[in-house]
Design a protein around this ligand. Structure first.
Ligand SMILES: N[C@@H](CCC(=O)N[C@@H](CS)C(=O)NCC(=O)O)C(=O)O
Ligand SMILES: [Fe+2]
Length: 360
């Protein structure tokens, strides 16, 4: 049984549709936002069970979130990619079922730290871990040539030689290969030592993908626009990862609106401005909070508001907006919100995503 292979010429990306012939259940791997109409047409008559990402792409934006909305699919992503709000975070070895078919996730770090490949029957969808006669670059998104060497030689080349390789990209019009062919002839990895491989990868010197700054943050939210749920009275909702990126890039000030006691009990974010939100309906406005906020944002930066689970941070962002400041709410707060729904993120939070924090 063959997968359906679809191509996006703008990014030279491949998208795959796998179908269970008995139930017509399907999965789609690495869908591209600009191809949504084409993909929905391809999916006519099928039940899209899952959208899958091999990694958080740097060169194009996924349509996974849109496919969840339009086709009723659930989103599944590699656990190590920091993609917020997916219905399923996949770990190495996890099985994903669609109809009577099963696909297995393999964690293959290297191109990015979280990258995965998916095995279905005698096919492997390699994302950018293994390309035809090539492999993904390792110079951004926590990439590692050492990790990629191990993923290629120990995990992918351990698959049967006859396994068909379906890559995430091809820049020269080739469609597929096999494990046996890549093991024997891939110029980057075949018969190479770890030292030879890392020397090759270190010398690549590729230009940054043109859309990287736009694509990565969008893909950390499954491609859904930041304000998919219109924010009322403040600038918007952001994932913990995007907030952290803005903060670390010096574009935003991180305001921690939890109380001192909470921070001491649960954990601090070093460098965040502590400004407890203690105003509830019926209470007087807190002049200290307003003054603290104005002082923290005097440089004209935007604020990203952090609380425990994303409730007080909304109130604080609204107050900041009333004061004429630009403020965003960090979804799910520091500890995550177990009650959040699947689209906005079931669990999560700053701490769970491995963003900087320390115990008091
Ligand atoms: N030129 C492309 C980027 C191409 C690129 O860097 N592709 C990544 C995959 S996201 C890669 O790993 N390429 C490996 C290679 O070209 O050897 C763009 O601007 O979007
Ligand atoms: Fe990539």
């Amino acid at each position: 049984m063959q997968p359906l292979q679809l191509f996006d010429p703008a990014s030279s990306s491949y998208t795959y549709v796998l179908v269970d012939p008995h139930s017509q259940a399907a999965v789609i791997i690495d869908p591209v936002d600009t191809q949504l109409a084409r993909d929905l047409a391809q999916l006519q008559g099928l039940t899209l069970a899952w959208t899958l990402e091999t990694h958080a792409h740097a060169d194009h934006i996924t349509s996974a979130g849109l496919l969840a909305e339009h086709a009723g699919a659930q989103t599944a992503v590699p656990a190590g990619c920091g993609i917020l709000g997916a219905a399923r975070q996949l770990q190495h070895g996890d099985l994903l079922r669609f109809g009577g078919e099963t696909l297995q996730a393999l964690h293959t770090p290297g191109h990015t730290a979280g990258s995965m490949c998916f095995v279905w029957r005698d096919h492997v969808f390699t994302g950018d871990t293994l390309l035809i006669q090539g492999c993904g670059r390792t110079d951004f998104q926590s990439g590692s040539a050492q990790a990629l060497y191990r993923s290629l030689t120990q995990i992918l080349f351990a698959l049967p030689d006859a396994t068909t390789v379906w890559p995430g990209h091809d820049y020269q019009g080739r469609s597929h290969s096999s494990i046996g062919a890549e093991k024997a002839h891939n110029p980057r990895i075949a018969h190479k030592t770890l030292e030879e491989f890392t020397a090759t990868m270190d010398a690549l010197n590729l230009p940054r993908p043109q859309r990287m700054d736009q694509a990565v943050p969008a893909n950390l939210q499954s491609g859904l626009p930041q304000n998919a749920t219109p924010a009322v009275g403040y600038a918007g909702d952001v994932s913990p990862q995007l907030a952290c990126q803005w903060w670390q890039a010096g574009e935003a000030v991180l305001i921690d609106v939890r109380t001192d006691a909470e921070r001491e009990w649960v954990g601090f974010v070093p460098g965040a401005v502590p400004l407890a939100w203690k105003q509830w309906p019926g209470m007087a406005l807190n002049a200290d909070f307003d003054a603290g906020l104005q002082a923290a944002l005097a440089g004209g930066h935007k604020a990203v508001m952090l609380c425990r689970s994303g409730v007080r941070s909304v109130a604080a962002a609204k107050r900041a907006t009333e004061l004429g400041l630009q403020a965003y709410n960090i979804l799910e707060g520091f500890e995550g919100n177990p009650d959040a729904d699947a689209h906005r993120g079931r669990t999560g939070g700053w701490r769970l995503h491995g963003l900087p924090w320390r115990q008091s």
